[in-house]
Design a protein around this ligand. Sequence first.
Ligand SMILES: C[S@@+](CC[C@H](N)C(=O)[O-])C[C@H]1O[C@@H](n2cnc3c(N)ncnc32)[C@H](O)[C@@H]1O
Length: 361
Amino acid sequence: MARMSEREFEAFQGFVLATKLFWTRDMFLDLKRAYGSRLTDATIASEEPGPDRVARALEGDVANQFHGWFERHLQRMKYSGRLGLVPYHASRRDELLKGLDMGLVDGVLELDPDMALPDYYTSVDVHQHPGGVWNDEIAGLVYERGARSTTPLLTRDRDLHERFADIIRGRRPAPRDILDMGCGFGKTTQSLCEVNPEARIVGVDLSAPCLRVAARNAAISRTRNIHYAQKDATRTGFKDQSFDVVTSTMLLHEMPAGEVRAVISESLRLLRPGGLMIHLDFLPPDDEFLTYLHIGHSFRNNEPWMRSLMEMDVAKVMRSTGFEDLEIEPFEESPGALARAGATWRFPWTVIAARKPAQVT
Ligand SMILES: C[S@@+](CC[C@H](N)C(=O)[O-])C[C@H]1O[C@@H](n2cnc3c(N)ncnc32)[C@H](O)[C@@H]1O
């Protein structure tokens, strides 16, 4: 396969990102205005508020069709277009694979070549990433490069992960052991190491290609308090009560409801008494129009489990599992993001936290 030109690739990805920004701001506002004007119709205004009403009101609306088309096809262009992430990385496969193993520190990475991946994980090309994040040795690098335009309004790529690591540190100072479930290529895991240099941080994920990128990044940044292991977050095999904090970032919406319940039970089992479970994910926004868009995003971005998470009573599941001191709060992914909510498209970021009782009865 001929090596793709870096310049052409960067120019194309820059175009996709710029168009995505246009979609995030201008097309979003056009659609919001279109819905606002439909609400002046007495029949629509009298309907039960909710995403179904928005869907009925916007059926056949051109701004709605453009908005959905751009969302679906920009993501497809980003991954699979002629200058997309997948063909670009495939055209550099050998050199990328060499780079992945360079400088790895012994003991940082533990892969399980016999790991059976669950059907929910292998049956969907999540994010429209052909083959998902697991099916190709270089899939972790594709995902890492692709994540740069997942949240296009964030100017600093790692910002939200750093902010979340700070929140965790604020709620559980001086932890000894932290587990990051569904760690991907280690964005939150790495931030956790930086803000908790005295702690041991473990990241687990199903994807060997992502974990290889995570371990390479740990080598580059010379991070020593980190360990990555290929494990299923629903049954990690770690000993009972071996962590002070169990966390995840964007894991829960990528698994069916039964697996989310299993992650919450596993978190309880793994925590020491008084330990903190804290997940960062997406829950339905308190707004029918934004909820309608979030449901649409789950279809258009191949994220079916976003919808089951939206329908789940997460607080009830945490309580019935045995957690206390529940907190479900909006998360500000960048400075001022909550104050600007509704002015641009954004994910409904939510911190989902609870404590394991100090006295287990
Ligand atoms: C959207 S990515 C988020 C990655 C990372 N936490 C981040 O914030 O960049 C979701 C991750 O969850 C992983 N995952 C999905 N199901 C899992 C499971 N049962 N156990 C462990 N990891 C899982 C995927 O492989 C993927 O890396």
